[in-house]
Design a protein around this ligand. Structure first.
Ligand SMILES: *Cc1c(COP(=O)(O)O)cnc(C)c1O
Length: 391
């Protein structure tokens, strides 16, 4: 007999909670295999295809032999210049393409890697909860500790900085923030960002603001970029992604912008781990970033109609939900008698509607479920009718 290898996972992997969306994927496949006509509102992955002109630009770019070689680590200068122009146009913020902008293989990649640059074992990161699971996982992989900042409805889903103990702040190296927020759909007012910058300066904390949803907003009320606030560039960076903005989740491209030393630190990690973004994707992304504003307002208008149908529908079946000002999510309280997971299973089994349990984004999300309006309006109407019968 050949001796068999004993495959022993590292503790950092063994101790991982199951990745939320992988669990949901399994539930989803089980339901579909039973022949259920599933309405999947669980994952924030736009159903609208990438705009035609971006796909056409990719077709041309992919044929160029110069793109078939390794890309530059930080991103093509022309891509970073397009990001700089986009920032100026969207937020009236000026950025130096060479030192203040870095391409990412999707913003998830940068968010997951950045703690490796700044977190040491024994130091802490402040992470919002409920929140994008990649923030605390990246910190754990770097050997750091997470301090959870709960996002509660009574505080408009903003962390309350004055409740963070002094000894935690002293040990904190980084803070993650995310507005417009996934999963609560909250937006942050300017004074909140000012407060965050004050805290960061007082305690030497790097702020990482995740702005993946900056372009999905309603009623013409554009959310702030963190970098529009005075002093932001002294303390941190902002993550963006083409995924949600241009319906390009499959393409894997995003970027980080802001404080040049923080950008350089993240860049150093990436240089040692990956080799940048396929240049053809960067070239098509330049075309995306230069897209006429009308395209984005058309996308927003579509989400806004869907948001209104779901908001009114959920209200009409007696669910408590507030009307989002941004993102394609609705964060709804589960009805009396259910917890988050119980309600998700109930909706799946009784209505064939899949949502995400709020507690999957962290325990402060218990008591909520998240709906993503990434399905056509007619399906949302159908979902509401099925939920009405299931309640
Ligand atoms: C979708 C999402 C991202 C990641 O997007 P990428 O596709 O990796 O660019 C980052 N943050 C939040 C909050 C998201 O919802």
């Amino acid at each position: 007999m050949k001796p068999r290898l004993t495959v022993e996972l590292a503790k950092r992997v063994k101790n991982l909670p199951p990745y939320l969306f992988a669990t949901i994927d399994r539930l989803k496949n089980e339901t579909i295999s039973k022949g259920v006509d599933l309405i999947d509102m669980s994952v924030g992955d736009p159903d609208i295809p990438t705009p035609e002109h971006i796909v056409e630009a990719m077709k041309i770019a992919v044929e160029k032999p110069e793109h078939h070689r390794y890309p530059s680590y930080a991103g093509m200068l022309s891509f970073r210049e397009a990001v700089s122009e986009w920032y100026k146009h969207m937020f009236n913020v000026s950025l130096d393409a060479e030192s203040e902008i870095l391409s990412l293989i999707g913003s998830k990649e940068g968010i997951g890697h950045i703690p490796l640059a700044f977190i040491e074992p024994g130091t802490t990161a402040l992470v919002p909860s409920p929140g994008y699971p990649v923030y605390p996982i990246g910190v754990l992989f770097a050997g750091g500790e997470n301090y959870v900042m709960p996002l509660e409805e009574k505080n408009n889903f903003l962390p309350v900085f004055k409740s963070i103990p002094e000894n935690v702040l002293e040990n904190a190296r980084m803070m993650f923030l995310n507005y417009p927020n996934n999963p609560t759909s909250a937006v942050a007012p300017r004074h909140f960002f000012e407060e965050a910058i004050g805290l960061a300066k007082a305690h030497n904390i790097i702020v990482c603001h995740d702005a993946a949803y900056s372009e999905i907003f309603y009623d013409d009320e554009r959310p702030l970029s963190f970098l529009q606030v005075d002093g932001a560039r002294d303390v941190g960076i902002e993550f963006h992604s083409l995924s949600k903005t241009y319906n390009m989740t499959g393409w894997r491209i995003g970027f980080a912008v802001g404080n040049s030393e923080v950008i350089a630190g993240l860049g150093q990690i990436k240089t040692n781990l990956d080799s940048g973004v396929f240049q053809a994707i960067q070239e098509a992304s330049i075309v995306a970033l230069q897209t006429d504003d009308r395209l984005l307002s058309d996308i927003r208008a579509r989400y806004q109609e869907r948001r209104d149908v779901l908001y009114e529908g959920l209200n009409s079946v007696g669910m408590q939900v507030s009307k989002p000002k941004a993102t394609f999510y609705l964060w709804a309280e589960v009805p009396q008698g259910f917890d988050s997971s119980g309600f998700v299973v109930h909706l799946l089994e009784q209505a064939g509607v899949l949502t995400t349990p709020g507690n999957g984004f962290g325990s402060p999300g218990e008591g909520y479920v998240r709906f993503a309006v990434t399905v056509p309006e007619a399906r949302i109407e159908e979902a509401v009718e099925r939920i009405r019968k299931a309640l």
